[in-house]
Design a protein around this ligand. Structure first.
Ligand SMILES: *Cc1c(COP(=O)(O)O)cnc(C)c1O
Length: 234
């Protein structure tokens, strides 16, 4: 196949997957009695090439997500903005400046030291979500629920950061509906102190319906849009 033919067949594949994902989002919103317009699709393009990001942007995807700082920076250098770039992975403090140089939204703030590092590195306003751990298991990122008020106050006090809400990944092997219910309660408690923090980033390819039922505003979809990934190394 010529590379032009390959690009057009990949474009057709992504267009079909995108239509299916959007249909799932609309159905999930209606089933929950919600307006589908409340939902933002973040296409998680990790491990896939910058050309896929460009194709998705051309198909009308306005938001893309990445989970590795250097991989994301390289793709951003190729594709540019728009789309809006969301960083959804575990963030090391020494990568905060790199991520702040291209990202519009960081979903994975879970420690005060990251708040400080991002605020120092940010050039313009940077949207921030607090990642919470729904199972208390260490290693997959996320702050304990008890830390949310202190983290929220730190973000709200930062000069360049805008507190948008909360993010979580459903625990492995557990009922996602129950986990997303705990996230929705945390989001409501956060809004009581910070009324502008209205975003709930939850739901992936396997559990977007449960997340939308629990009030998710931003779903992060990789596999259902782009296909199966090779395992990430390192
Ligand atoms: C990879 C990833 C996703 C997308 O997961 P899929 O199951 O492929 O849809 C969403 N959120 C985060 C934080 C991820 O790392």
């Amino acid at each position: 196949m010529s590379s032009a033919t390959e690009a057009s067949s990949r474009r057709a594949e992504l267009a079909a997957n995108l239509a299916a994902v959007r249909a799932r989002m609309v159905a999930a919103a209606r089933a929950a009695g919600r307006d589908p317009a409340e939902l933002t699709l973040v296409a998680v393009t990790k491990t896939f090439p910058a050309s896929d990001v460009a194709l998705l942007a051309g198909l009308g995807v306005a938001d893309v997500g990445e989970n590795r700082a250097q991989e994301a920076a390289t793709k951003h250098a190729e594709v540019g903005s728009p789309p809006r770039w969301h960083f959804v992975g575990t963030l090391q403090r020494n990568k905060a400046a790199l991520v702040a140089s291209f990202a519009d939204v960081i979903h994975s703030v879970d420690r005060v030291e990251l708040v400080t590092a991002l605020d120092r590195a940010a050039h313009g306003p940077l949207d921030v979500l607090l990642q919470v751990s729904l199972d208390g298991a260490p290693g997959r990122g996320g702050a304990p629920l008890a830390d949310v008020p202190r983290l929220a106050d730190a973000v709200a006090a930062a000069d360049h950061l805008t507190l948008r809400g909360v993010m979580a990944v459903a625990p492995l092997g557990a009922d996602p509906a129950a986990a997303f219910g705990r996230l929705a309660e945390a989001a409501a408690r956060l809004r009581a102190d910070h009324p502008g923090a209205t975003w709930i980033s939850a739901g992936m390819s396997g559990d977007l319906e449960a997340a939308v039922a629990a009030g998710a505003t931003h779903v992060r979809i990789g596999t259902a849009l782009l296909g199966r990934r090779e395992p990430q190394v390192g």
